[in-house]
Design a protein around this ligand. Sequence first.
Ligand code: HEM
Length: 511
Amino acid sequence: MAPALSHASFCGAAVIILCLFLHRRLKKPRDPRQPKQVPATIPIPFIGHVLGLLIYRNHYYTKISQQWNLRIVSLPMFGGNVYVTKSPELIYSVQRQPKVLSFWYFEAHFTAKLGGLSQTAANGCFQGVTPESTDECPLIDCLKGTKAAMSPQGDLNRMIEVATRVMYEGLQNLAQESGSPTDLETWIQHEVMMATTDAVYGAGNPYRDPKIEAAFWKFANATMFVALPGILPSILAPRAVAGREAVVRAMNQYYASGGHHHASQLTMARYTALKGTMNISDIARSECVHGLAIITNSVPAAFWTVWHVFSDRAVLSRVRDEVESFTAVGEPSTEGVQTRIVDMSRLKEAHFLFAVIQETLRFRARGTGPRMILEDVTLSGDECEYHIEKGSALILAHEGMHHNKAVWGPNADTFVADRFLPGNKIPANAFRGFGGGANMCPGKGFATAEIAALVALLVTRFDLRPVEGKWAEPGQDESNMARENTPPLRKVMVDVVPRVGLEEVVWKFST
Ligand code: HEM
């Protein structure tokens, strides 16, 4: 294992242990309705599970939940418990209690810690988060604003249009550069980041500066270090901390120059909700952390969708047929140049493409949907009940859930491109690609449309030919345990070539 990976894994496990230390309570006699405590796959007392996490990262939760044919198991760690479930049956019960089984608690904790917020702003993040609190909750208000802004009644359609235009321009550049091999992930990372952040931040988008773009990834790729307590982040991850500070400075300038007044409803809604408890400097810090939510999931999701589409000729051909059904041949120019226009307003008709995106998220998910248990609580499913203890953490093992053969059938481990086609039955509560319930990802509609637009523009125009001759599985880099979607482990180099017979076509899109 590369040292950086083992380091990141160590830090990830350390954060989990720290949370358990902070929140564990005095030991009580064990309730018989508690989930079964299971031993570590590495049989070493006290540290076996931690070692498991160090070695296998989030995949450890899948491993251990598959080893035990139970709805939920409990991993004892240093006097506390981490409960792990791969059962959609319990999800309904989890989603009905969002304040007690709290994702928001982790969001508050990580916004404060990762952003390096002042103590006052950190306190504001936690305000109203606990179940007993009757205070206003700025964090939940901010999420409400986010949901409204990213809805079709809000700014969603305009944001998709901006993102599509940016990606179209990126493809124009790619067409001019084609000839030398392209690192597929690096190219997609840049295009999706620019498309997303232009849509969110408007003309003053701070990530347009290549130095800020690079600084963000130094921060984002090492969040497990930055989440460590005290001065450890500065010692273990100085470049990540410096990266964060560069993004924060750029965000500060953005707000100072009024960039947010020319941005999306999302940016204004967040600013309005946060300014009650934060000054500009803390809003800039909070916005830097928000970048993790808006960028770091969409980028690998787009990469893997492109990979699954282009690596299977049958899938590619079906996606092309769909997109071509709403691509018109325009009038040739006076010089006889052909024009083709992709009608993006009909993109939602591409049911197969959207099914591929969902199957990609199912197949590649590695997230943990963490919930902090803020009160003793009962989880119930069909004819079952489990008592879980305050001060512990609950892991919704997305990979384990998405590959659960009892739920998805014998082909759960296979990529089935049309699994999510309308009309096919999807097991209830089993797909966690965008979470669910009160914590359902508010960026779902935007991210899915953005990825679909990228793929549609790419397939009509180009062929991607892997430099090594065939599409070999590059593996997933699971070193950063905080990520829902993971990037490829190995680089995928491709030659980008205009499609045969369409080399001279001028491509346009309409909305
Ligand atoms: C393909 C891209 C994306 C994926 C796969 C994704 C996935 C997720 C997941 C799994 C959750 C956790 C839900 C839970 O545990 O119940 C989440 C939450 C969230 N996502 Fe996304 N996301 C994506 C893109 C975006 C974008 C573009 C935004 C921009 C607004 C966004 C904003 C958020 C926010 C604010 C939350 C927290 C919701 C809450 O606490 O109530 N995400 N996302």
